[in-house]
Design a protein around this ligand. Structure first.
Ligand SMILES: [Zn+2]
Length: 462
C-alpha cells in the first residue's frame, strides 16, 4: 500500500493524491492548478500519472482547485466512479460548467491578441466535456459507509468548509493488513454562517491534512457582521456604492445571509443589493435543496419561519450582461456582489472599472487573493490599477474582512490534528511554505508524531 502526492504540495492549489491498494488505484481529488497562465496550461493538461490507470476517485468538495481537472481526467481515459456527497455532486457540475466557459472565453480573448501565424491556444476542456464526466459521479450522504474499491471502506463526515464538503476516512485492507487513513480535504471552522461546524476524524494511522492558514489566526466570525455593517453604513452616508468581489460558492451565500440579517436587525438601511453572478444564484439554489445540511442558527433564524436565508425584498438578481451594464447608471447607494472572487475574470471587473476612481465608493475584500491578481493589488494598497486596458486611480475605500475565511486557522488545525489521536505519519499538504513551517513547529510542540511535508511526486508506503 502506498500514497503518492501529485498536487497541492507546498502550495495551495491542484489537489491530487493517489493511493495504491491491492493493485488498484484510488485518486483523492482532481484539482485544477491555478496560477501563472503558462504553468497552468502545462500542469493541468498533462497528468503526472496515467488517467486510465486510476480505478476510482473520491472528491472532497466542489472548489475548482479540488475538482477542476475531472473533465480532463475523463477525456484522457478515466472511467471509474467518482464518489462525493450529493451536494458536492450538484455544485461541482455548476462549477465545472463555469470553469469550461471561462476557459473558452479566455482562450478566445488571448487568440485574438496572438501574432499572425502563432499556434492557437485551446481550452483544456469545454462545456461538451462536462456532461460525460458527470456520468461517473456517485452522490452519497454523510455517515454512509461505501466501498470505492474492493478492500477499501470509506466514510464521509462534514468538513464544515463549503456546502457538501467532506472529511474522508479510509480503511485499506491488503494481505490481511488493515490501515486507516484520514483526508481532511479543506477543513472548515466553527461558527461560520450557514454551515454546520466541522466534525472530527479520530483514530487513523495516517492523516493527510491541509495547512492553508497554518501560520495565522482569524478574527472571529462575529466581527464580520460589525465590520461589514460599518463599511456599508459609512458608504451609504457618503452616497456611494459598496462593491464586493466574491466567490460564487459559500462566500456569496454567507454575504447574502449576513446582509439579510443586518437588514432584519436594522443595523444597515434596506438598500438594494444586486447579485450580479448567475453562478452564485444557481449555487444558492442548491443550498436551498439541502436544508438539513445547514446549521442550527440558519434553521432557527430562517428555515423554521419559512424564510429563505438568501432571498430578501431588496435583493435583485442580475442575469444578462446588458442588465449588468445598466448597474453603471445607478446613482443611489447600493451593494453590488459579483464574481470572480479574485477580480481576474467576469463582471466584477466592469463594476470596479466604473467605481474604483470615486472616493465615495467602497470595495470590500472578503476572500483569499492570490499573488498577481487585481484583487491582491487592491488588498496591497495599490494607488492605481489597470482594469480592462485602462489605468485608473484607486480612490474608493478598500475594506478588508479577514473574518469570513472558510478554512481552519492555526489554532483549529493544531486542535483538530491533536484530537485525531496518535498518528504513524501526518502528511501536510495544501499550504505555502511559510504556513507549513509555522504549523509544523506548533505540531512538534504538540508531539503528534512524524510530520512529512511532501514535494510533488513524493511517495510513501503505508
Ligand atoms: Zn476549498
Amino acid at each position: 500500500m502506498k500514497i503518492e502526492f501529485f498536487g497541492a504540495c507546498q502550495t495551495v492549489t491542484g489537489s491530487q493524491y493517489v493511493i495504491t491498494v491491492g493493485g488498484k488505484k484510488l485518486l483523492l481529488d482532481c484539482g485544477f492548478w491555478q496560477g501563472r497562465r503558462k504553468d497552468m496550461e502545462k500542469i493541468n493538461r498533462e497528468f503526472p500519472f496515467d488517467p486510465k490507470s486510476i480505478d476510482a476517485m473520491i472528491l472532497s468538495h466542489a472548489h475548482i482547485d479540488h475538482s477542476g481537472n475531472i473533465p480532463n481526467l475523463v477525456k484522457q481515459g478515466f472511467a471509474g466512479k467518482i464518489y462525493c456527497t450529493e451536494a458536492t455532486k450538484q455544485i461541482t457540475q455548476l462549477m465545472l460548467e463555469d470553469s469550461a466557459r471561462v476557459q473558452v472565453y479566455d482562450v478566445e480573448y488571448l487568440n485574438k491578441k496572438l501574432s499572425a501565424g502563432a499556434e492557437l491556444l485551446e481550452p483544456i476542456y469545454t462545456l461538451e466535456d462536462v456532461a460525460p464526466a458527470m456520468k461517473y459521479f456517485v452522490g452519497l450522504n454523510y455517515h454512509q459507509e461505501f466501498e470505492p474499491l474492493a478492500g477499501v471502506k470509506a466514510y464521509f463526515r462534514d468538513a464544515g468548509h463549503v456546502l457538501g464538503s467532506a472529511l474522508t476516512t479510509l480503511e485499506l485492507v491488503e494481505n490481511g493488513q488493515i490501515i486507516r487513513l484520514g483526508f481532511t480535504g479543506d477543513l472548515g471552522r466553527k461558527f461560520l454562517p450557514i454551515l454546520r461546524d466541522p466534525e472530527q476524524i479520530r483514530a487513523v494511522d495516517y492523516l493527510v491534512a491541509e495547512s492553508t492558514y497554518g501560520d495565522r489566526l482569524h478574527d472571529t466570525v462575529a466581527t464580520s457582521y460589525l465590520d461589514l455593517a460599518k463599511a456599508i453604513n459609512e458608504t451609504y452616508a457618503r452616497g456611494g456604492k459598496v462593491i464586493i468581489p466574491s466567490f460564487a460558492l459559500e462566500r456569496a451565500q454567507e454575504l447574502l445571509y449576513i446582509i439579510h440579517e443586518l437588514i432584519n436587525q436594522k443595523a444597515i438601511p434596506p438598500l438594494f443589493v444586486y447579485l450580479d453572478s448567475p453562478l452564485t444564484e444557481r449555487v444558492s439554489e442548491v443550498f436551498s435543496e439541502y436544508p438539513e445540511l445547514l446549521d442550527e442558527e440558519t434553521q432557527k433564524t430562517f428555515l423554521e419561519r419559512g424564510k429563505d436565508p438568501f432571498i430578501f425584498t431588496t435583493l435583485r438578481f442580475v442575469e444578462t450582461p446588458e442588465e449588468s451594464k445598466k448597474l453603471n447608471n445607478i446613482k443611489q447607494p447600493c451593494i453590488i456582489i459579483s464574481a470572480s472572487g479574485m477580480c481576474e475574470f467576469g463582471r466584477i471587473r466592469h463594476h470596479l472599472k466604473n467605481s474604483i476612481a470615486d472616493k465615495n465608493n467602497t470595495v470590500v475584500i472578503v476572500g483569499f487573493m492570490a499573488e498577481n491578481t487585481l484583487g491582491r493589488k487592491l488588498l496591497d494598497g495599490a494607488k492605481e490599477v489597470n482594469i480592462l486596458n485602462e489605468t485608473l486611480p484607486v480612490k474608493a475605500k478598500i475594506v478588508v474582512l479577514n473574518s469570513l475565511s472558510a478554512h481552519a486557522d492555526q489554532y483549529d488545525l493544531v486542535k483538530f490534528i491533536q484530537n485525531v489521536g496518535k498518528l504513524k505519519k501526518l502528511f501536510l499538504v495544501h499550504g505555502e511554505a511559510q504556513a507549513m513551517t509555522a504549523l509544523t513547529e506548533k505540531l512538534i510542540d504538540a508531539q503528534i508524531g512524524e510530520i512529512v511535508v511532501p514535494e510533488k511526486g513524493y511517495s510513501s508506503n503505508l
